[in-house]
Design a protein around this ligand. Structure first.
Ligand SMILES: Cc1cc2nc3c(=O)[nH]c(=O)nc-3n(C[C@H](O)[C@H](O)[C@H](O)COP(=O)(O)OP(=O)(O)OC[C@H]3O[C@@H](n4cnc5c(N)ncnc54)[C@H](O)[C@@H]3O)c2cc1C
Length: 465
């Protein structure tokens, strides 16, 4: 049966601009971790004007739309629902513009440009976009989820590095806020509406980012810590003594590393794995002849260890690549181990050990066959709790997931003053907890904004009101 919306989209975007064959649609319908649906079609506009035309046509036909970047999001927000009625608006062809202003240290990029593509273009100029992570997202997707990443401690998240945006609203109106200035106090800074709001207020088609000078040297250590308090003590000492050059502070729990070594033939840093291994990275634009980072780190770690009464058990300096490989292999190693339920939680840093102990106690009491593995961006108060149980061991998986989420999210939010989604944003995967924890006044504000930006209420798979 012919579909008039698909025909109209094809006339506007051309054959390359529309995908409707089920086998070709499949990769746009499946999320990286969560999210599986059926699309009416995939629209692939290649310019802002085409994004606007696509949204106008969808509005005319009353078709709901989900914007999709690189589809690496982890809360099921980038894929259509199961109705078969939603249009996936893929930004993958809107990826040509990368205009660097080296003197201003800013870059204008299309929303569909991949992070790797941007960094490749910046490399010859000695710059990089320092929001750094183990996936390769698009810039528009990074804006919509306010990506954090492993070097947030030094460089901040996307919000800290975004100067301006161009967006298309739900009715096809193009709003240009392509500010290139670092200082510009002239009223409403509308870009913030579109940062971390998962595309429900508009589609990001271009962005102005500030870029950073690329470090010329890095040094890395893995530090064995007796417990969470020892990790926090180390973090405080490093920030106090080496704060200017500290660029990452990631933490891997014992069980997380055990899983990595079960599935990968990688070099073990310690004979016995400690409760926590802290990955410490220093970096600088100064040459090593001016600042010897290796020696500095070794000396500071040694001095700190002497003051801690064996809370720091060991430390190895070494190749960053080896240590980061351990960190980046955790997720899939856990998946090889069993069934996994992942939590992306933040609490005030000072509460990380107590929060983790509370979760461990809860599991020991109520779910002894569920293993707690934790790792994450402790430098930013972020912890990825991954709960693992043997595949097939649980008769009703969904019931267990619901029980665990209902116990752990309130523990994070209500008892420890944390967030149920530290950096992955809001999506169908955690909508229930947005509904529960978001302030009613904020929801009312979001409703008013959504009615203004997306009068037909057609954008996105989540509701912030
Ligand atoms: C291995 C791995 C490691 C990761 N590590 C981190 C990490 O360290 N820190 C972190 O913060 N995240 C991390 N993530 C999550 C993910 O990479 C980020 O959320 C990423 O920024 C999503 O970008 P994307 O282009 O893939 O967007 P998608 O997944 O395609 O979309 C995500 C959301 O943004 C919306 N969206 C996409 N493009 C646009 C647009 N142009 N305009 C408006 N809305 C849009 C979608 O509708 C959806 O709601 C990781 C993911 C993986 C798979």
């Amino acid at each position: 049966m012919s579909d008039r919306l698909i025909e109209a989209l094809r006339q506007t975007l051309g054959d390359r601009g529309v995908i409707d064959a089920p086998s070709d649609r499949a990769r746009y319908e499946q999320g990286w971790r969560y999210g599986e649906g059926v699309a009416r079609c995939v629209a692939r506009p290649a310019s802002t004007a085409e994004v606007a035309a696509t949204l106008r046509l969808c509005a005319e036909h009353g078709a709901r739309v989900v914007a999709q970047g690189a589809n690496t999001g982890l809360v099921a927000a980038s894929t259509p629902d199961r109705s078969g009625a939603m249009v996936v608006l893929s930004l993958e062809r809107l990826n040509r513009t990368i205009e660097l202003d080296a003197a201003a240290r800013t870059v204008l990029v299309d929303g569909g440009v991949l992070l790797s593509q941007l960094n490749e273009a910046l490399l010859p100029h000695g710059f990089w976009f320092p929001v750094d992570l183990g996936a390769d997202p698009q810039i528009g997707g990074m804006v919509a989820t306010n990506t954090g990443g492993t070097r947030l401690l030094k460089y901040g998240d996307v919000r800290h590095n975004l100067l301006g945006v161009e967006v298309v609203l739900g009715d096809g109106t193009v709003v240009s806020m392509l500010n290139r200035l670092r200082k510009n106090n002239t009223g409403l800074d509308g870009k913030h509406l579109f940062i971390g709001t998962t595309g429900v207020f508009g589609v990001v088609t271009r962005a102005v980012l500030q870029v950073a000078p690329r470090p010329t040297q890095r040094t890395t250590a893995l530090v064995a810590c007796r417990n969470g308090e020892a990790v926090l003590g180390l973090l405080q000492a490093l920030e106090r003594d080496l704060g200017d050059v500290l660029s990452a502070f990631e933490v891997m729990g014992q069980k997380a590393l055990e899983a990595v070594f079960r599935h990968h033939d990688l070099r073990r840093p310690f004979a016995e794995l400690p409760a926590y291994s802290a990955l410490v990275e220093l970096s600088s634009t100064l040459p090593s002849s001016a600042l010897a980072l290796d020696a500095l780190l070794e000396e500071r770690l040694g001095a700190h260890a002497e003051t801690t009464d064996d809370a720091i058990e060991d430390a190895v300096l070494g190749s960053g690549e080896d240590f980061w490989a351990l960190r980046h292999h955790i997720t899939e190693s856990l998946r090889s181990d069993g069934d996994v339920l992942a939590f992306d939680i933040s609490v005030p840093r000072s509460r990380l050990p107590a929060f983790t102990r509370d979760v461990a106690a809860l599991l020991a009491r109520d779910h002894p066959n569920v293993t707690l593995t934790d790792y994450g961006h402790w430098g930013d108060g972020g912890t990825h709790l991954n709960l693992v149980w043997p595949k097939g061991a649980v008769a009703d998986r969904q019931a267990l997931v619901t029980t665990l989420q209902d116990a752990i999210y309130p523990l994070a939010v209500e008892r420890h003053g944390g967030s149920y989604s530290a950096e992955h944003g809001v999506g169908p995967h955690n909508q229930r907890f947005y509904d529960r924890f978001a302030d009613p006044a904020v929801k009312r504000l979001c409703r008013a904004l959504a009615e203004c930006c997306d009068p037909g209420r057609l954008l996105g798979t989540v509701r912030l009101d």
